[in-house]
Design a protein around this ligand. Structure first.
Ligand code: G3H
Ligand code: 13P
Ligand code: ZN
Length: 308
């Protein structure tokens, strides 16, 4: 119980055919909303911050909030998309238990060298490491979000990468992408590539980024109160169920779904109760919808409820 690295949790997830949701947070409300769902469902959970979120909220504040709430839960605190050794070292030195080094935009050999450097430091502090191979289209890559732009992970390279770096988990590109608009046409994931990777790396923990499903009820609610999200779409839940329960995908990253849910709640209260200036009124509603979205994932998509 409590804050821990990914070793035991990913092993348990692979052996028991479920995945652990990795949810982004930026403040106390979004963190509490995620942890409320994990508590209610007795589910393991990964809470994560991007470097942008760290800049916004403060690394010491983030670590203190998570530590204050982690005691009776199985929680991993992850750095999402660390770009440099210093990003990762800063997170490790401040109590993060898993870090992602995202050097996927660098040439293969440079990605290996930087990942190895992070693995060496992290492992000396009992922190586990995720790396990425293949490029997802999306916000942090500064290209438009379209699955057509994704450069899929090469299975042979994935095997070599894992062996040479000693990394603990690997984010792969099989057609997911970051953001609220994922597919121009029909949703498609390259399960054939996933299977090839698994054949070469049996039992190795794999990660999907850009895995929001963009729940249409939340999109409609947000739009009803003025949000402009025309054409927003995500990864169908059925596809994620297959990836998480029948494959070695053990970590699934979700940010956009929570952003939409939180925004919908705030918009709803500001619209229906325009006289309120009590922040708690609308923050509470945003928080409530985030908890609902997270609970639905834990129960119906990742199969992680009652696994803690
Ligand atoms: O993958 C990126 C996450 O959605 C975090 O986004 O850098 O705007 O915090 P952010
Ligand atoms: P979404 O934009 O699909 O929520 O992905 C989030 C993510 O991958 C964070 O690293
Ligand atoms: Zn990501």
């Amino acid at each position: 119980m409590g804050l821990q690295n990914s070793k035991q949790l990913f092993k348990h997830a692979i052996e028991n055919n479920y995945a652990i949701g990795a949810f982004n947070f930026v403040n106390l409300e979004t963190l509490s909303a995620i942890l409320d769902a994990a508590t209610e469902l007795n589910s393991p959970v990964i809470v994560q911050c991007s470097t942008g979120a760290i800049k916004y909220a403060g690394i010491k504040e983030i670590a203190a909030m998570v530590q204050a709430k982690a005691d009776n839960l199985q929680v991993i605190l992850n750095l999402d998309h660390g770009k440099t050794f210093e990003d990762c070292k800063n997170a490790i030195d401040n109590g993060f238990t898993n870090v992602m080094i995202d050097a996927s935009s660098l040439p293969f050999e440079e990605n290996i060298a930087l990942t190895k450097q992070v693995v060496e430091y992290a492992h000396s502090k009992n922190v586990t490491v995720e790396a990425e191979l293949g490029v997802l289209a999306g916000v942090e890559d500064e290209v438009s979000a379209s699955s057509d732009d994704a450069k899929y992970t090469n299975p042979q390279q994935a095997k070599e990468f894992v062996e040479r770096t000693g990394v603990d988990s690997l984010a792969i590109a099989i057609g997911t992408s970051h953001g609220t608009h994922k597919f121009a046409g029909e949703a498609k994931l390259r399960f054939d590539i996933l299977e090839q990777i698994e054949a070469l790396l049996p039992g190795f923990p794999l990660v999907l980024h850009g895995a929001s499903s963009i729940p249409q009820d939340m999109v409609k609610l947000a739009e009803q109160y003025g949000a402009k999200l025309k054409g927003a779409n995500g990864i169908p839940e059925e596809m994620l169920q297959v990836a998480t329960t029948k494959h070695n995908v053990v970590k699934v990253n979700v940010d956009s779904d929570l952003r939409i849910a939180f925004t919908a709640g705030i918009r709803e209260i500001l619209n229906t109760k325009p006289e309120t200036v009590d922040l708690r009124d609308y923050l509470k509603q945003g928080k409530k919808y985030v908890t609902e979205v997270v609970k639905n994932k834990m129960i119906s998509v990742f199969n992680s409820a009652h696994k803690a």
